[in-house]
Design a protein around this ligand. Structure first.
Ligand SMILES: [Zn+2]
Length: 122
């Protein structure tokens, strides 16, 4: 009986994204890196469709992607911020600039995800 109760609790885990749906276990979360497709197990919200791969599955994908040399290691560059007159400046590393073919005229969306700053380039 105890097991049934635990299963029920897992099935009713609320979605942290929309706070309306429940997270249900799935085995078909698809990640893609440089044209390679990886399938992961995890949970998906039955309301908004947000997917949460299990951490160990994500690690497996990262390792597989590293073996295939498609994991973007260059995105882990260490850089220092600098100050300008009106605020703090982050210079895009030239590796990333080249990889994304940036010319400096792009517009970006900036969002904060935990302690990470995400730049989405248009
Ligand atoms: Zn949701």
């Amino acid at each position: 009986m105890k097991n049934d109760k635990e299963k029920l609790m897992i099935a009713l885990k609320p979605c942290p994204t929309c706070e309306k749906g429940s997270l249900l276990p799935v085995n078909d979360i698809i990640s893609e890196f440089s044209g390679y497709v990886f399938i992961e197990k995890g949970e998906r919200c039955n309301e908004c469709g947000e997917e949460f791969p299990y951490q160990e599955e994500t690690q497996k994908t990262i390792q597989a992607a590293r073996k295939l040399a498609v994991w973007p290691e260059t995105l882990k560059l260490h850089r220092k911020l600098s100050k300008s007159g009106r605020g703090i400046v982050f210079r895009i590393p030239s590796d990333i600039e080249k990889q994304l073919n940036l010319d400096g005229s792009e517009e970006v969306d900036v969002s904060l995800l935990g302690n990470k700053i995400i730049l989405k380039i248009h």
